[in-house]
Design a protein. Structure first.
Length: 397
């Protein structure tokens, strides 16, 4: 019995001595420092995704130096003490906290800002860029792009989550009006950018800003049947309250997947040194068309069955017709949300904006009450090509 007690006492003594040795030699304190600092840093600096690397005694500081690696593979070292029970992070923490605050507060601000400020947007901001930026776009023919962005915005407002949406609508002449509607700090901020409306007076071509307290106003989504086609539903989104009512008209759309392969492809070659407008094929050169065909700020090639040629060559040699080009453009605009097609209210002029070019088919009613004949010409040019510029340069009105 006594021998068993001696064994137990000896074992306990051995363990105590071993622990003391491990403690004095820093092995246990290092583990304490590792567990404590790992828990502290992950709790207070979660976005850094810090991982433990190493810990060593630093004679200069009289503390342990513990090192972690962040998500960008950068190393961060801190002093931790005291020597035998290191649970106080010291040297290195102040600068690290400042860096973390600056880095991730700026990142948070960047993440919360969905769009570039309207004041910094270029005046030649085109349709393909609007689609890429996930703007909520409503065309003159009531085709809608990114309606899901509107639904998310309305849901966030309902749940009091800060958010913003950029809405693009077009004037009768086809020029974009940009509207930013932001919900933040319990208020709505409405900014309207009218600078691209060439038909507006000079004083009206500017950005205006209005603010509405969310407690006094509400965002409402209603719907009205489309009596013209009976195929879509119009929606009105209204900011209503205390004597004002701002309405944005929109409609839903059905996405159609593209099923057929392209038989030909247009290749537009932008050229800043080229003349603004160059005739590709004149109506006097063929009996197929009663209008002229032009390029705008570049040249036009076409690839048919993997053979590349100029558009002029293809038209003259009956490789392709303008009707086929326009039919494909109409189909592309229906089936691909990144391609924008619409009609001007000038008699039926139509345009189709791709990522790197635009097709503009004029069909003006000029001449009914004037001496200017109707215009039927076709233009293929840069995506930012604008009907008003074409009329002014080519037809002097």
């Amino acid at each position: 019995m006594k021998s068993k007690k001696r064994i137990i006492v000896a074992l306990i003594s051995f363990i105590i001595v071993l622990v003391v040795i491990l403690w004095i030699n820093g092995i246990i304190p290092k583990q304490i420092a590792k567990v404590y600092s790992n828990s502290y840093l992950k709790k207070n600096f979660p976005k850094m995704q810090l991982e433990y690397v190493n810990i060593e005694w630093n004679h200069y500081f009289g503390d342990y130096m513990i090192t972690f690696r962040d998500e960008n593979n950068e190393l961060h070292s801190f002093c931790i003490g005291p020597k035998y029970f290191p649970v106080n992070l010291g040297q290195g923490m102040f600068g690290f906290e400042e860096e973390y605050r600056e880095k991730y507060s700026e990142q948070k601000e960047r993440e919360s800002q969905k769009y570039v400020e309207l004041e910094n947007m270029p005046l030649d901001y085109n349709f393909s860029q609007m689609v890429e930026d996930k703007c909520y776009i409503v065309t003159n023919s009531n085709t809608v792009y990114h309606i899901e962005e509107l639904d998310k915005f309305i849901e966030n407002v309902k749940n009091k989550v800060p958010d913003e949406i950029r809405i693009v609508q077009y004037t009768i002449e086809g020029q974009p009006i940009l509207t930013n509607l932001e919900y933040t700090n319990n208020k709505f901020i409405l900014k309207v950018d009218n600078r691209r409306d060439g038909y507006a007076s000079e004083e009206d071509r500017k950005i205006t800003t209005e603010e509405y307290h969310a407690t006094e106003y509400e965002l409402v989504k209603g719907n009205t049947p489309n009596v013209i086609t009976n195929l879509k539903t119009y929606y009105s989104v209204e900011l209503k309250g205390k004597g004002i009512r701002h309405t944005i008209s929109i409609c839903s759309y059905a996405e159609i997947k593209r099923t057929s392969e392209e038989k030909f492809k247009i290749q537009f070659n932008a050229d800043s040194k080229a003349e603004e407008i160059t005739k590709i094929l004149g109506k006097e050169e063929t009996d197929k068309y009663d209008y002229d065909i032009y390029s705008y700020k570049g040249t036009v090639d076409i690839v048919i069955d993997e053979e590349k040629m100029s558009l002029r060559e293809a038209l003259i040699n009956n490789k392709i017709t303008v009707d086929e080009i326009l039919e494909k453009a109409q189909k592309d605009a229906r089936e691909d949300k990144t391609i924008f097609g619409d009609v001007y209210l000038d008699g039926g002029s139509s345009f189709y904006i791709y990522n790197d070019y635009q097709i503009l088919k004029l069909n003006t009613l000029q001449g009914i009450d004037s001496e200017v004949p109707p215009i039927k010409d076709l233009y293929i040019g840069v995506p930012s090509m604008y009907l008003g510029d074409i009329k002014r340069i080519q037809y002097n009105f």
